[in-house]
Design a protein around this ligand. Structure first.
Ligand code: ADP
Ligand code: MG
Length: 318
């Protein structure tokens, strides 16, 4: 980047956010240094957002910042990790103070809300692209992986599915949604809510978990493959908005991307814990959408059932 690279870092990207976990050395040296508390493990993930692939021209800097951090936080949530720190790699076509102010302010606010600190990164000139590497902590062996789902487990999903994909369809004029649903769907696309509040629940009850970025069908499919099991889903139990029900447009829920809800499996004996959760956390409702089986991957709808092993989620190199 030009000579003002360092003033950009100083002005906009120094001291953003706040962590409950110690930072020895932050932005400003060749690398950051942090302490991992005894009895904890470090959980690392990284996600990139590229212009025209992950967001459209004209996206607001606030939406871009929030989504870039949200998709990374969502990965930590799926692992049942507490957010701690993050690094930001920013590629910018030009140095635009207004854009940088708005981007970094939104990023800082979100980092405060989810209690993680920006501790370093990279800044260069190029096509607009945002990469975040996120670091979280779990009590040793307290993480949740994809591979431990057991036959008989209940399959749970948070929130509503398909809204982000519907929001994109609305922006691309492929659908014409009623006003209230339209707003909610565009908001779901631009401002996904990482389900960090589920971390304690997942740690206590989940056998397996994944965040839904490529559609339920594909992402639950990853759990099934990793765990060597099958599943039967009940279409009527899928949490979807009233437009999807009316239009029978369940493919948005099954194969639409960008939901960033959590899909997890818990032993059937924890059904009561799901009910208690739903009473305590009405903004993060868990729906029981089906059950883990020995094999096969089916969606039941009335008397008929559809094979879900065939459909794939969003893939970059299709
Ligand atoms: P180096 O040339 O040693 O790789 P840089 O000049 O890229 O270092 O960065 C200087 C410091 O600023 C480093 O601590 C780096 O982590 C930090 N930094 C660079 N870009 C960002 C950014 N976008 N956000 C946060 N910190 C950044
Ligand atoms: Mg260096």
């Amino acid at each position: 980047m030009s000579s003002d690279e360092f003033s950009i870092i100083d002005r906009y990207f120094t001291g953003l956010g706040q962590s409950d976990f110690a930072v020895e050395l932050s932005t400003g040296d060749d690398a950051a240094v942090v302490d991992i508390p005894p009895g904890r493990q470090l959980v690392l993930s990284m996600d990139t957002l590229n212009l025209d692939v992950h967001f459209l021209t004209g996206v607001s800097p606030e939406d871009l910042a929030c989504k870039a951090l949200a998709v990374n936080l969502s990965d930590l949530a799926a692992m049942a990790a507490d957010p701690a720190w993050f690094l930001l790699s920013l590629s910018l076509p030009k140095s635009d103070p207004d854009w940088l102010y708005r981007f970094s302010s939104a990023l800082g606010e979100m980092a405060e809300r989810y209690r993680l600190a920006l501790i370093g990164g990279d800044t260069c000139r190029g096509p607009l692209s945002v990469t975040i590497q996120i670091a979280g902590l779990v009590p040793s062996q307290g993480y949740v992986r994809r591979s431990q789902a057991k036959p008989g487990d209940l399959i749970l999903v948070s929130g509503e599915l398909g809204n982000a994909a519907l929001g994109l369809a609305q922006l691309q004029a492929r659908v014409d949604l009623p006003g209230d649903i339209r707003e909610a769907c565009i908001n779901a696309l631009h401002r996904p809510r990482p389900r960090i509040e589920m971390v304690p629940f997942l740690r206590e009850y989940a056998n397996a978990a994944i965040d839904i970025s490529d559609g339920l069908q594909a992402d639950l499919g990853h759990i099934l493959k990793a765990s060597g099991v099958g599943a039967i889903l009940n279409r009527e139990a899928l949490p979807v908005n009233r437009w999807i029900k009316q239009e029978d447009a369940y493919h948005y829920a099954l194969r639409g991307g960008d939901d960033y809800e959590i899909c997890c499996t818990v032993a059937a004996e924890h059904r009561q814990a799901v009910d208690s959760w739903n009473t305590a956390q009405p903004d993060c409702r868990l729906s029981i959408i089906g059950e883990i089986t020995d094999s096969a991957y089916l969606l039941q709808h009335g008397e008929s059932s559809i094979d879900l092993t065939q459909g794939r989620g969003f893939q970059h190199f299709d």
